[in-house]
Every structure is written in C-alpha cells, then in structure tokens.
Write a protein that binds this ligand. Structure first.
Ligand SMILES: [Fe+2]
Length: 186
C-alpha cells in the first residue's frame, strides 16, 4: 500500500446575526419535546430531513449565507443540504468519535461557554486529537470523513446545530488547459 498525504480545510466563520438568532433559536428548541440518547442530553437527529421545523426555517438562511463562500472557495458550485439537527449537552454529556457520510459537515455553536470544547478532531494521518479555535456564534465546516467528537462538557449547557451537505460542481465552467486537462478556476 502506498499513501500520498494531502491537505484539506476546516473553515471557521462567525454567523453574522448570531446575537439576534441565539435566543429565538433556543426558545424554539425548548418548545420541542425531544428525547436524548446515551451521552447527549437532547437532540432531534431523527427528524434531520424535516425542513419544516420552526427553528430550522429560522436558521437556514444564516447557514447558507455562511457556508456558500466556503464551498465556492474550494471550487464547488452546487450543494444539497441533506439533514440538520440540534444537540444539547448538559454537564458531562459527550458524543464519542464518529464520522458522517456526506461531502462536508458543519456545526453552528449556538451555546458554548469558555469551559466547553467546541469539537475535537483527529486526522487519519496521525490520529493525534486537536481542537480548532471556535467560539459561541461560530460555524465550522469540515470534510465529513474527519473523525470528530464532543468531549464531556465541563461548561454550562452546550447547544450545537449540526448539518451535512453534498457538494458538487455541476455548472462550473471549466476552461480547457492543454497541459493538464480541465482545471478549476477560483
Ligand atoms: Fe458529528
């Protein structure tokens, strides 16, 4: 087996209207009668493709406006959001190592105090865990195959909104380069 090491990105961007959204979203989430699962206090993952949920309709425009520049910067010009859900972590709640099965995954940190960890990642190249410097109000986007987890919460309640998307380059007009074939234009 031969392996070629490659680079990739984790994007971080603040959600412009986080201050305006935060309490509205938390109020809508509080109205939902969702259960938890081992490790996570409350979540609605099983309704992830229900786009009519009130909190989803409220947050979608901000998610799209935040991630489209990230997606475009990598040369993709099309994306399908496949599912979106919230997760709440009370004290000591956690979510173990896992991956997602789409192109990219994102997390919007709706409630995250200084004593809580945003997300811990691990690369398949070295398996050394690391964290990105994301704060409450930030959204991150990362390749879905990256191992990630949420360690035991040591802060106040943590609320994150997670989503998956499939990216594509359906309409990108790629010029022909006789040296290397079709090249991406950024
Ligand atoms: Fe995840």
């Amino acid at each position: 087996m031969r392996r070629v090491r490659i680079d990739d990105y984790i994007f971080i961007e603040r959600v412009d209207n986080h201050d305006e959204l935060k309490n509205q979203l938390l109020d809508l989430i509080a109205k939902q009668d969702d259960a938890g699962e081992p490790g996570v206090s409350k979540l609605d993952y099983e309704h992830g493709d229900d786009w009519k949920r009130e909190w989803v309709q409220l947050v979608i425009p901000s998610i799209i406006s935040t991630i489209v520049p990230m997606i475009k910067s990598m040369g993709y010009d099309a994306m399908d959001l496949t599912n979106i859900w919230y997760q709440q972590y009370d004290a000591d709640s956690r979510h173990g190592w896992h991956i997602h099965d789409t192109s990219f995954s994102g997390v919007y940190f709706l409630e995250l105090d200084e004593n809580s960890c945003s997300t811990r990642f691990c690369l398949p190249t070295d398996f050394n865990p690391f964290e990105v410097d994301a704060k409450e109000g930030d959204m991150i986007l990362f390749p879905s195959h990256l191992f990630h987890m949420s360690p035991a919460n040591k802060g106040n309640r943590k609320t994150s909104i997670a989503f998956n998307l499939k990216a594509d380059c359906k309409t990108l007009n790629l010029p022909f380069d006789p040296e290397c074939g079709y090249c991406r234009v950024l």
